[in-house]
Design a protein around this ligand. Structure first.
Ligand code: ADP
Length: 346
């Protein structure tokens, strides 16, 4: 069986073709700069034309969809109702869901007879208990405005769980982990018997760890202070929190390799702050998990490649006897696996 995986962003369209059940990659294509000023590719339709895909060979198409809200707890076969619901969720993911929808709709135009599947970044975290996903805000803000923790990077953590379970020679359903996805975006997930019980990212991917350019956790009053006392607009505050904070904010850059090479105070401080935040979460997750932790897992560009950062994180008495794995995450393979399970059932 041949499974296509599509990751449609606002300015890029990624396509990967895999053969199943082997999971081998047959083809990989990418179009970037969609809709940008000097680009020849004006929209996703043109992007798909540029990819020149041979649809005659494809059995199913899997789409990465960032936000499934409270509506989608698992992977689904796409129909009109699913499309309508993903559209309804746009206010929760204004940057991502519209681009994901573009990808779905344009694929449907080109390949109306091939089944399409949506795999949600949030779905793995739908196992969170209410006390884990609620914010201590007025309850109506949850009921009416859907403000709650959703968590992201779910496809990655789910993949890491399955691969770690193999290494542990255990069933994923019996595996408990602390799973770290450390890239430009960073998240840490507490997994108990195969289920996500807590995740550092929240209502949006901004919450939690100190990331490449995102602040992660901070006192919410700071946001109001920036607006009220520093007279910054909502857009300016948004840019500061998402694009000018984290490692970039503290030391001016976000590539761990360069930061580690530098020896100045800011660079050292940025690393110390990032690792300290990770330690806080690991400590908290040990308290939350009701089972023994089988392993700590490192993934993402930093987690996979930086021995120095991994060593700093592991340099704590509580982690001394814990197994640690470095696993290269593969979200596309996980999406394709999900598609394979769905079409096998049909
Ligand atoms: P994204 O979240 O955008 O997918 P990645 O998972 O690719 O990001 O991670 C990107 C980050 O990984 C880079 O900013 C850099 O800090 C780090 N990184 C990549 N390669 C290496 C390496 N060989 N050694 C140390 N850090 C690395």
């Amino acid at each position: 069986m041949k499974i296509a995986v599509v990751n449609s962003g606002s300015s890029s369209l990624k396509f990967k073709l895999l053969k199943f059940p082997q999971g081998t990659v047959l083809e990989e294509k990418l179009v970037e700069h969609i809709g940008e000023e000097h680009s020849d590719i004006k929209d996703h339709h043109q992007a798909l034309e540029a990819l020149a895909i041979d649809f005659s060979e494809i059995d199913v198409i899997g789409h990465r969809v960032v936000h499934g809200g409270e509506k989608f707890h698992s992977t689904v076969l796409i129909d009109n109702e699913v499309i309508r619901t993903i559209r309804e969720l746009i206010p929760l993911a204004p940057l991502h869901n519209p681009a994901n929808l573009e990808g779905i709709e344009v694929m449907q135009k080109f390949a109306p007879n091939i089944p399409q599947v949506a795999v949600f970044d949030t779905a793995f975290h739908s196992s969170l208990q209410k006390e884990a996903y609620m914010y201590a805000l007025p309850y109506e803000m949850y009921e009416k405005n859907h403000i709650r923790r959703y968590g992201f990077h779910g496809t990655s953590h789910s993949y890491l769980l399955k691969e770690a379970a193999k290494l542990l020679n255990k069933e994923p359903e019996k595996t408990s982990l602390i799973s770290l996805h450390l890239g430009n975006g960073e998240s840490i997930c507490a997994i108990q018997n195969g289920k996500s019980v807590d995740i550092s990212m929240g209502f949006t991917p901004l919450e939690g760890l100190m990331m490449g350019s995102r602040s992660g956790d901070l006192d919410a009053e700071i946001v109001l202070y920036m607006q009220k006392s520093l007279n910054l607009s909502v857009e300016e505050v948004d840019t500061i929190l998402n694009k000018k904070s984290g490692l970039i904010g503290v030391c001016g850059e976000n590539d761990i390799r360069t930061i580690l090479e530098r020896n100045d105070e800011r660079a050292k401080l940025a690393i110390k702050m990032m690792v300290r935040r990770i330690h806080k979460y690991i400590g908290a997750y040990f308290m939350l998990l009701d089972t023994e932790v089988d392993a700590i897992v490192f993934s993402g560009g930093i987690g996979e490649n930086s021995q120095v950062i991994r060593d700093k994180i592991l340099d704590k008495a509580i982690l001394k006897n814990l197994k640690s794995f470095v696993i290269k995450t593969d979200e596309e393979l996980e999406i394709a696996r999900e598609c394979y399970q769905i079409v096998k059932k049909v």
